[in-house]
Design a protein around this ligand. Structure first.
Ligand code: AHM
Ligand code: MG
Length: 329
């Protein structure tokens, strides 16, 4: 009792929170905790670079190099380098799946964990000073440590995640994660360089009034999505909010109650979003917060991935809204 009161005290630093809650994890050996700390550390570096984005651009335009003498890189590539470096040094991860690399990257054969990451999501917003995010899913490898990575280690269902989270680089920077025992959100304090618990045991409102859909390609949406959108617009009681950064749209809907939909379209019949490093993590978090995530028919977490960069239609958010959207099928 006392332990859980301390563990959930608003204002507790992320490191201490991870340590206090380590015992909740079935295989508690400290490695998952270290892995979460590695991600948090890399996210601070990325946050610093995101905050300097405009300046980097100016310097980039002058053809300058950074302090290490490297040519200036695009932020999403840079973020991939930062996370890969942190996870390589940490040693807990055997294989890394990233939006930025065609096939998975072998990190450390002895590592127990596999990570799928979108290092910087929201590419259309990176250059225009609008919120962007990092999304990550963590799995335990299935093959014995020290042996070569197998497909079964990489292509795991979302229901097998042992932890997942996101970092939102917004008006403030937040790290939100779950290890399957609820969802906790931490806000970054830049002058102290530390995340502090600000949103303990987050719950998504059961119902909501926000729908987040890019209706540009609506002419090729499935009829069921069209009907649901008409339903949302029927009496003016719903409101549309769409940032175009999945993490930011998801985060707002989790706090306020809402639904995010990216259905199949003529351009992307399977939707635009990637199952392994965009949808699975947010689906795990949504369910842990009392929400739902579906491809319109099936639970996202039950989909068996067949390829690293597989796409899926994505409906995520407040339970009643996702159920309602599915009911038009
Ligand atoms: P990205 O991985 O290239 O950044 O694409 C993913 C992003 C999501 O963050 C966002 O929800 C979606 O693409 C927006 O797509 P659109 O511009 O088609 O509305
Ligand atoms: Mg992405």
């Amino acid at each position: 009792m006392e332990q859980s009161r301390i563990a959930h005290s608003i204002g507790i630093a992320l490191d201490r929170f991870i340590k206090n809650n380590q015992g909740q994890f079935q295989y508690a050996s400290g490695e998952l905790s270290q892995l979460l700390r590695d991600i948090a550390l890399a996210s601070k570096v990325v946050n610093r670079e995101v905050n300097k984005a405009g300046l980097i651009d100016i310097m980039g335009a002058l053809g300058s190099q950074n302090s290490a003498g490297d040519d200036q890189q695009k932020l999403d590539v840079l973020a991939n380098i930062r996370f890969t470096r942190a996870l390589t040094k940490g040693g807990e991860v055997c294989a890394l799946i990233s939006e930025e690399t065609e096939s998975y990257v072998d990190l450390n054969n002895k590592g127990k964990y596999v990570i799928a990451i979108d290092p910087l999501d929201g590419s259309s917003n990176i250059d225009v000073n609008v919120s962007i995010g990092t999304i990550f899913s963590i799995y335990r490898r299935k093959s014995p440590e020290g042996t070569p990575i197998r497909d079964e280690d990489i292509l795991q269902k979302g229901s097998e995640q042992v932890a997942a989270g996101y970092i939102l680089y917004g008006s403030s920077t937040m790290l939100v994660y779950t290890t399957g025992h609820g969802v906790n959100g931490f806000t970054y304090e830049p002058t102290l360089g530390e995340y502090f618990l600000s949103h303990p045991d987050q719950k998504m409102p059961e119902d909501g009034k926000i729908f987040s859909v890019n209706e540009g390609p609506a002419a090729s949406f499935p009829a069921s999505v069209e009907k649901y959108l008409q339903y949302c617009k029927k009496d003016g009681s719903y409101t549309a909010r769409y940032i175009g950064s999945l993490v930011a749209d998801f985060h707002r809907n989790m706090l306020k109650g809402g639904i995010y939909i990216y259905p199949g379209t003529a351009k992307n019949p399977q939707g635009k979003l990637r199952l392994m490093y965009e949808c699975n993590a947010l689906s795990f978090i949504a369910e842990q917060a009392g929400g739902l995530a579906s491809d319109g028919k099936n639970r996202i977490l039950d989909i068996q991935p067949k390829a690293l960069h597989q796409r899926t239609p994505f409906y995520v958010g407040s339970k009643k809204m996702v159920e309602k959207a599915k009911s038009f099928d």
